[in-house]
Ligand binder design. Structure first.
Ligand SMILES: *[C@@H]1O[C@H](CO)[C@@H](O)[C@H](O)[C@H]1NC(C)=O
Length: 145
């Protein structure tokens, strides 16, 4: 057992060095997620034909944890920013979703007081400025929870 320990330490050190080198190569950037939250139930709700959801709390959740938050304005629009590694953008788009934390009953009393609007992300949208990647909701759908 004793002779193996230095070899194991060396392997760990090499792996750690490789990680540092890899992260130095990945470009760090910002993502900006913006869109409009509809005051409606349904699947892939069309924001153009739905009333807007003002004062809605929107979270960007990746693997369960919230990485960014925003509150919609009077027109239902929101914008939020988060750090991103450029090379991991595809994974981020696949692993994250937007969740509206405010119940629909807040924008229309006849709509449910439970459940939430959720949307996956689409992007990056064209028109990238520097290292800012623009993402948008792929479409909000109502989920009971
Ligand atoms: C509230 O929701 C109901 C049910 O979807 C709809 O018929 C009504 O038009 C909505 N009211 C407003 C003010 O948007």
């Amino acid at each position: 057992m004793a002779p193996r320990a230095p070899a194991l330490l060396l392997a760990v050190a090499v792996a750690a060095a490789a990680c540092v080198a890899a992260s130095a190569q990945s470009r760090l950037g910002r993502i900006v997620v913006s869109g409009v939250v509809p005051c409606n139930t349904g699947t892939l709700i069309d924001v153009a034909s739905s009333p807007a959801f003002p004062d809605a709390k929107v979270e960007l959740r990746c693997g369960g944890g919230a990485v960014a938050r925003a509150t919609t304005g009077r027109d239902g629009s929101f914008q939020m920013e988060a750090d991103a590694v450029a090379g991991a953008l595809g994974a981020l788009v696949g692993a994250c979703q937007l969740v509206v934390d405010t119940p629909l009953a807040k924008c229309n009393a006849t709509l449910p007081a439970a459940g939430a609007l959720v949307s996956s992300l689409q992007g990056p949208l064209p028109g990238m400025l520097g290292s800012v990647f623009r993402l948008a909701p792929a479409g909000f759908s109502f989920r009971m929870n």
